[in-house]
Write a protein that binds this ligand. Structure first.
Ligand SMILES: Cc1cc2nc3c(=O)[nH]c(=O)nc-3n(C[C@H](O)[C@H](O)[C@H](O)COP(=O)(O)OP(=O)(O)OC[C@H]3O[C@@H](n4cnc5c(N)ncnc54)[C@H](O)[C@@H]3O)c2cc1C
Length: 445
């Protein structure tokens, strides 16, 4: 019997969800039922797994359980960058070794293709998901050096990009703070809550049954299958897929192997017409920082008006929770990053502030395996779950269905997270590394 030791808590409002109309709640599981397949966790990985299962086994009963509401967890509270090229957050230039990077590009592009197919299949809007590319923006000489290392790496991989000078960055973003940008065309941008909602509705039309507010409290082997118990019901399933990202540890797997980090976002109120004019630039753009520990910025225009989103800071939180005070404190850093970039908007306040979980591993690999007979896991997306979660979810469904493919081999090539040092050492090591990295990021933060 696996007793789940901790349930997910998501601090601050899921801002992207708050911009949308309230969605009717799906009822929690309130019966003892059976299924061919049970997917636990309805983020990118879980919804993709359920989608693929519904394609492979159209007559099977497929159930998805999530502790929260669709799009309220990390999948609906991220910055929405679905990136095709290497984006290793633990490196200085986002790159790793060339062989791994080629493999990761194949996986990321397969994720993007699968997401864009969903867009076509279920008639999603461009606001929900669109291939727009992204900028890698540099503010300082150090940022430019990071960008140079990054382009060298892209050259080695034979990947296209465009270098944009300071005036060009000003034309796009409206701010003069960026001295250079690297535009790479393959990134897809999401309104993450809208996309996740649309995906959930799409897979329901394939016959998948989703229960919200249905945390799995225990999991027990029963014959060849498993029974998952929630507060008001249970599902007995022949095969179970865990797509709970860092909460894999709460299910008793990979303890002391996963690095739990929170990162934080703030979103401005809607800009009025004169503020939009004062800002200038294009109405939609997306920018990752030249220094991986710098500030991500997005300019959006759509449901909820014209807004700017700031994301930065990362804190090591092995307890898998942070309080409201932390979100508030980090908010001060967001305000500084915002005002230094957008002095023309000094009357504009943040309307939403939030935090969210990331799960990393020391060797930047995921958990993708059958952890027990008929119990599969696709977790630990290393902070890049829009693409990595999507493809891991699709492929774990294929793996659990006994399929084989070159792409599955690519995914299986990850050897699994390595063990962390003892907890006090890991805590100090991770905290120092993040703080030092943020200090070195300087004005890129
Ligand atoms: C502020 C922020 C910005 C980010 N920006 C980006 C970005 O731009 N690009 C990118 O690729 N990634 C980004 N990320 C990371 C990305 O959101 C995650 O990597 C991604 O959500 C992981 O997807 P997943 O499906 O594996 O897990 P999750 O999205 O975490 O989904 C797991 C689900 O499991 C559920 N769950 C957990 N325990 C239980 C239980 N006991 N019973 C039932 N359900 C349970 C949770 O409620 C959750 O919905 C960002 C994250 C944050 C917080």
């Amino acid at each position: 019997m696996i007793r789940i030791t901790q349930l997910p808590v998501d601090p601050g409002p899921a801002a992207w969800t708050s911009l949308l109309e309230t969605a009717p709640a799906r009822p929690p599981l309130a019966e003892c039922t059976t299924a061919d397949w049970l997917v636990i966790g309805a983020g990118f990985a879980g919804l993709s797994a359920a989608r693929r299962l519904s394609e492979l086994h159209p007559t099977d009963r497929i159930v998805v359980l999530d502790a929260c509401r669709i799009a309220e967890g990390p999948s609906g509270r991220n910055s929405g960058f679905m990136i095709d090229v290497p984006h290793d957050l633990s490196s200085d230039d986002y790159g790793g070794n060339a062989e791994n990077d080629h493999r990761q590009i194949r996986l990321n592009r397969a994720a993007i293709d699968y997401a864009l197919q969903a867009k076509d299949q279920w008639k999603m809007s461009d606001e929900s998901i669109a291939k727009t590319g992204k900028l890698n923006g540099a503010i300082t000489a150090r940022g430019v050096a990071h960008n140079t290392a990054y382009t060298k790496h892209l050259d080695e991989l034979n990947e296209p990009y465009e270098r944009i000078d300071g005036p060009g960055m000003h034309r796009i973003t409206g701010t003069r703070c960026y001295v250079e940008g690297i535009y790479s065309p393959g990134t897809v941008m999401l309104q993450p809550a809208l996309y996740t909602r649309n995906l959930a509705a799409g897979i329901e039309s394939n016959g998948v049954q989703i229960y919200e507010s249905s945390p799995v409290l225990s999991l027990q082997q029963q014959g060849a299958g498993w029974v998952a118990t929630t507060p008001q019901g249970s599902v007995s399933a022949a095969k179970v897929i865990l797509t709970v990202n860092g909460h894999l540890e709460s299910f008793g797997y990979y303890r002391q192997h996963l690095i739990h980090v929170y990162t934080y976002g703030s979103m401005t109120r809607s800009l009025n017409r004169s503020e939009v004019k004062a800002l200038g630039g294009e109405s939609r753009w997306a920018l990752t920082p030249a220094d991986p520990l710098g500030t991500t910025v997005r300019r959006v225009s759509g449901t909820g008006g014209d807004r700017i989103i700031i994301r930065n800071r990362a804190t090591y939180d092995p307890g898998l929770s942070v309080d409201a005070q932390r979100v508030e404190q980090v908010g001060h850093d967001h305000d500084k990053s915002f005002s230094s970039r957008f002095p023309m908007l000094n009357d504009v306040d943040m309307e939403y502030r939030w935090g969210g979980r990331l799960c990393l591993s020391r060797n930047s690999v995921s958990v993708f395996e059958e952890v027990e007979t008929n119990l599969f896991a696709a977790c630990c997306q290393n902070g890049l779950g829009t693409a990595k979660g999507t493809i891991a979810g699709k492929l774990i469904a294929e793996h659990a269905s006994g399929q084989q493919s070159a792409l599955l081999e690519d995914q299986l090539a990850d050897s699994g997270p390595v063990k962390l040092p003892p907890a006090p050492v890991a805590r100090v090591g991770a905290a120092v590394r993040l703080k030092w990295g943020e200090f070195r990021a300087g004005r890129e933060l």
